[in-house]
Design a protein around this ligand. Structure first.
Ligand code: DGL
Length: 273
């Protein structure tokens, strides 16, 4: 019986393709787990949407993942975490793992005492982030930078273009000119821009991606609940979207670095059977 539950998948979601950066780390840390990923692409980006709407989408997607047998949920989106994690935890009893901007490791890392946090404006104005700011803001200077347009660049698979570079140069300039030596990626889309960010910031700046810590936290939580997969074979990855699959299949394949099939949440995966 226990094995039956352990074989169930982990459900992971984001407004779009950004959470694939978290999914990659989960796949690396937990090779035997079956993974379901939902890109809510019909409604991306979340950054400028009303809180209540993001909360409703988070609940609907969690219900969908549970209907597909999910044994745990990873909210691979900082914006949805900030707005909806409390109501998800109040509503659902399965383990829910969520994002937190990596301010704590950044504070431990900085030597200049200045760190920059890149995120959506909704994340930066969330209670979660305000709490982090209040906890650490007395020790170091925390420069917050909202980055409109970056999520769209990643959704378009545009990771290295001149336009993307110009946006990043603009968003990094204030922190770099104040001597930041540590940059926190506070949105799950941004790790896909890490190469470009490191190139612009130069070798003396550390760029911190919280995804490996989220994958470790998932492993810890599954282990505590006796839910880790006991399979000896590699798990599967299954990709879902609220959009038409054809519209996102190529960017998901690009970011996942192998061709994948994407299923429509609307037809419940009938196509697959
Ligand atoms: N990946 C989401 C995050 O981590 C992007 C938010 C959005 O869709 O604006 O915040």
């Amino acid at each position: 019986m226990a094995h039956h539950v352990n074989a169930k998948p982990v459900g992971v979601f984001d407004s779009g393709v950004g959470g694939l950066s978290v999914l990659q780390e989960i796949r690396r840390a937990l090779p035997q787990e079956n993974l379901l990923y939902v890109a809510d692409s019909a409604y991306a980006p979340y950054g400028e949407k009303a809180s209540q709407f993001i909360e409703e989408r988070s609940i609907a997607i969690t219900e969908f993942l549970i209907s597909r047998q999910a044994k745990a949920i990873v909210v691979a989106c900082n914006t949805a975490t900030g707005v909806a994690v409390a109501s998800l935890r109040a509503r659902f009893s399965l383990p829910i793992i969520a994002m937190e901007p990596a301010v704590k490791p950044a504070v431990a890392n900085t030597k200049s005492g200045v760190i920059g946090v890149l995120a959506t404006s909704r994340t930066l104005s969330s209670n979660n982030f305000t709490n982090l700011f209040n906890r650490y803001g007395a020790d170091v200077e925390i420069l917050m930078q909202a980055c409109p347009g970056l999520v769209e660049q990643v959704e378009a698979g545009d990771l290295m273009s001149e336009d993307t570079r110009k946006l990043l140069e603009r968003y990094l300039a204030p922190a770099l000119s104040r001597g930041a030596d540590t940059i926190v990626l506070g949105c799950t889309h941004y790790p896909f821009l890490k190469v470009l960010i490191e190139e612009i910031a130069g070798p003396n700046v550390s760029v911190i991606d919280p995804s490996p810590a989220i994958a470790r936290e998932l492993r810890r939580r599954l282990n505590n609940a006796n839910l880790l997969s006991v399979a000896s074979d590699a798990g599967f990855d299954q990709f879902w979207t609220s959009h038409e699959p054809e519209r996102v299949e190529s960017v998901i394949s690009q970011l996942w670095r192998e061709p994948v099939d994407v299923w429509s949440m609307a037809d419940g995966g009938k196509k697959q059977l």
